[in-house]
Design a protein around this ligand. Structure first.
Ligand code: ZN
Length: 138
């Protein structure tokens, strides 16, 4: 991956509110450091600029890899992943206790491939009980 400068890393982390931009897990509650990665991978000609970078927890980053889309299990059609630069999380997902419920085709393929609802991830979310509701006031 192309080098991401310190100021750019800081910008991406702050903009994300120090949470994974896909599953919304807070970095402060994670044992692991979060990662800054491309939304559209470099192999798909994604650029290394703020508008194509996001903060990922290690789980989301590992499962997403360089993928950008998948087959929506509901329609059988190709759907792009949720894009945190272009879309609002709450338009595509809903948190119910520890489970992330997808609300759209983009939400369904993202939740499936990034494996949002593995049991241990649900349990971790239930424990922290601070996702989404703790968003800073605007
Ligand atoms: Zn995540």
């Amino acid at each position: 991956m192309s080098y991401v400068s310190v100021p750019l890393r800081r910008l991406v982390t702050q903009r994300a509110g120090d949470k994974c931009e896909y599953c919304q897990f807070p970095q402060a509650d994670s044992f692991f450091s979060f990662e800054i990665e491309h939304i559209i991978a470099e192999k798909h000609d994604g650029i290394t600029e703020a508008e194509n970078l996001a903060l990922y927890c290690p789980c989301c980053n590992r499962f997403k890899g360089s993928d950008i889309a998948s087959i929506d299990p509901e329609t059988g059609k190709l759907a792009p992943f949720f894009n945190p630069r272009l879309q609002q999380w709450l338009d595509h997902f809903q948190l119910e206790r520890g489970t992330i419920i997808p609300l759209s085709a983009e939400g369904r393929v993202t939740a499936k491939i990034l494996q949002f609802n593995l049991l241990e991830r649900i349990l971790e979310r239930e424990q922290i009980n601070s996702i989404v509701q703790d968003s800073p006031p605007h």
